[in-house]
Design a protein around this ligand. Sequence first.
Ligand SMILES: Cc1cc2nc3c(=O)[nH]c(=O)nc-3n(C[C@H](O)[C@H](O)[C@H](O)COP(=O)(O)O)c2cc1C
Length: 354
Amino acid sequence: MSALFTPLPLRELEIRNRIFVSPMCQYSAIDGIANDWHLVHLGARAVGGAGLVMIEATGVSPEGRITPACMGLWSDAHALALAPIARFIKQQGAVAAIQLAHAGRKASTDLPWKGGKPLSGGQAWVTQAPSPLPFGAGYSTPHALTAAEIDAVAQQFTDATERALAAGFEVIELHMAHGYLLHEFLSPLTNRRSDKYGGTLENRLRLPLRIAREVRNLWPAKWPVFVRISATDWMPDGWDLPQSIELARRLKDLGIDFIDCSSGGLVPEAKVPAAPGFQTPFATAIRREVGITTGAVGLITDPVQAEHIVGTGLADVVLLAREFLRDPYWPLHAAQRLGVDLAWPDQYLRAKPT
Ligand SMILES: Cc1cc2nc3c(=O)[nH]c(=O)nc-3n(C[C@H](O)[C@H](O)[C@H](O)COP(=O)(O)O)c2cc1C
């Protein structure tokens, strides 16, 4: 029996396998609104057999987008455009999930295939952060959020949560990783505030935990809420695994169901030791220390590697990103490789290898 293809119960959801599509920006929205690209791209991965398909980092406000072409959820029109995508994913037997995000000081950049540099001139907008520290060379100094503006950001997350529910999603993931706004509040390297949101660990946790609590309270009790974290900044004196374990413990107490364990992204000078499965030990440590369901992500590409991670309890789930861009049918192919007889979509049955 394959562990990778064993269903995962989370609250009242039963996810058909342990292979999740990791959130991936497509830089293809117009004014934050999803379109045919998103439906076909995400839909193909649901057809391909993934257990859960996560929609990309979706800005809770216009200024919370990474690029002008990132997805958003700050109006009912945005939810309306997402509804057919959630519906199609569910029709294929996968779980429809969406990642809610605010890009903080890393917002206002150009599309990656146009260089990904900070925008300038009329296209640029003022970025927001806990402290007025630019991300790196060429980035403008972000506006340090006031206490009232922090309240407004928390409200944007809860408003977007209500719209995600209206759009038909079953899982919310809060993006607290990769150097975006909530990670910037967590890490002492980017949070230099002297008010109740900065300084001690307790204070740096305050806004992320508040948003997690408010979103969890809004989201139906029958459905799970995920949080993606960067388990380390890969920097001396930065955010690290012990702090991540404490965060995960607090999130679990609030009713968060799943920690999606990524790393890095906070500062450009961090040296990330990327190698196959290099972030999996974070998922293992948090799972063991906190007793919460975790997902491993990062250079997981091979079915045997994925089966090993889930089968030996290093993590409960694997999330794949770039491999899913290479092969939308990765789960169907992985099942074949692992000797699992997986149901194929009826429309594709005549092509199923026997
Ligand atoms: C095109 C692309 C877009 C991405 N967008 C997001 C995103 O929206 N949210 C996020 O948390 N991570 C994002 N990531 C990171 C991936 O989810 C994943 O964590 C990372 O690529 C490592 O996994 P992999 O080795 O399987 O690609 C993106 C990665 C790629 C390649």
